[in-house]
Design a protein around this ligand. Structure first.
Ligand SMILES: Nc1ncnc2c1ncn2[C@@H]1O[C@H](COP(=O)(O)OP(=O)(O)OP(=O)(O)O)[C@@H](O)[C@H]1O
Length: 335
């Protein structure tokens, strides 16, 4: 049997609280990270994503079960051994102080440098490369204290990459990044995982982006159970919808998106094709209509034909020349 880079057995994570019973956040976790795989950890607020990431990295003691990194129990590894095997980016670890970006990234090389901490040619090459890889080359000589949260986050990801470990654990590394930067970072990490045979685990609230980029999802539910699998498989099996179900929204597997729960609403049939029909359906859902597939099911019918919205309701017809006009007319009507 091959030794996995990271493997847990019956892992129980949570908190020891003085004078009280330990507080279990998640338990019964049999997990593994495989080389070349980019895994996204998802779950509602407060389910334990950060707790799990800190526990897997060995920064927080597990309450039970085991975590093995390349066959060695993480609790018996020295800090240097851990630093050579696992790099971690946490949300609360954005640095402050009088360092420039380059110096912070260079700290990531510490498991590979001599006791003097001097950087060799190989170290410098790696630092330059990771700064470029995360799009932070221009931040190398800027003071950390003067960077935005998103810029500092990139520096921390570069520092983790500079550490050159097989396992990377990142807690919400995209939290401060704008959408294009989030997409770029996810793609960079996924490509790195494949190209360098890394195991990358990243927690995020960006379900859509995770569905589009992850090789595997870990879905942590509010009851502390965790489901793993290919994103599309978990979507088809209803696991994503179950993990994120709430009183206000649910996840629609056909659209691959969240949908607000409607209160008492009218049904509407929308005919037509293309983007105009898609955005008409979205606007109607947003204002409380249920879009149905069968025209017979609804008294209200809208045909979308080349910038014209033909509305018919119980024998009455009218036309709108824009989507906003349609929405305004429907909101002002009793339909
Ligand atoms: N130091 C602590 N002591 C006791 N309980 C804690 C501690 N830190 C966090 N918790 C609790 O553990 C649970 C899991 O927290 P955690 O931060 O891991 O969740 P999360 O899934 O990362 O949340 P979010 O999505 O909001 O970042 C929460 O109920 C939290 O209140």
């Amino acid at each position: 049997m091959s030794v996995k880079p990271l493997q847990t057995e019956s892992l129980r994570v949570g908190y020891k609280i003085k004078g009280q019973e330990p507080r279990t956040v998640a338990s019964g976790l049999d997990l593994e990270l495989v080389p070349g795989e980019f895994v996204c950890l998802l779950g509602p607020n407060g389910v334990g994503k950060s707790t799990l990431i800190r526990s897997l990295s060995g920064m927080q003691a597990a309450l039970g079960g085991s975590i093995h990194i390349s066959g060695t129990d993480v609790s018996s590894m020295s800090p240097k051994e851990k630093a050579r095997s696992v790099s971690v980016v946490l949300t609360d670890s954005l640095p402050v102080g009088m360092f420039d970006g380059y110096s912070v990234v260079a700290l990531g090389r510490h498991p590979h440098t001599s006791w003097t901490g001097g950087l060799g040619a190989e170290d410098k090459e790696r630092i330059s490369w990771v700064l470029e890889a995360v799009g932070a080359g221009h931040l190398a000589h800027r003071q950390i204290s003067e960077l935005s949260d998103g810029e500092r986050q990139k520096i921390m990801i570069a520092r983790a990459l500079a550490q050159e470990t097989q396992i990377m654990l990142l807690d919400e590394p995209t939290a401060f990044l704008d959408l294009p930067r989030r997409v770029e970072l996810m793609r960079t990490l996924r490509d790195l995982a494949r190209r360098e045979g890394l195991c990358i685990l990243l927690s995020t609230h960006d379900l859509d982006l995770a569905l589009r980029s992850a090789d595997k999802l870990w879905l942590l539910a509010s009851d502390g159970t965790l489901k793993t699998g290919m994103p599309e498989q978990l979507a088809l099996e209803g696991e994503i919808a179950a993990t994120f179900a709430s009183g206000e929204v649910d996840w629609d597997p056909e659209q691959g998106a969240f949908r607000m729960h409607r209160n008492a609403c009218a049904k509407v049939y929308v005919g037509g094709t293309g983007a105009e029909r898609v955005w008409t359906c979205r606007a109607l859902s947003r204002i409380g209509y249920e879009v149905v597939d069968n025209e017979e099911e609804s008294k209200l019918s809208i045909q979308v034909i080349e910038n014209c919205w033909r509305v018919s309701f119980e024998g009455e017809n009218f036309e709108c020349r824009s989507l906003s006009e349609l929405v305004e007319r429907l909101l002002g009507s009793n339909v």
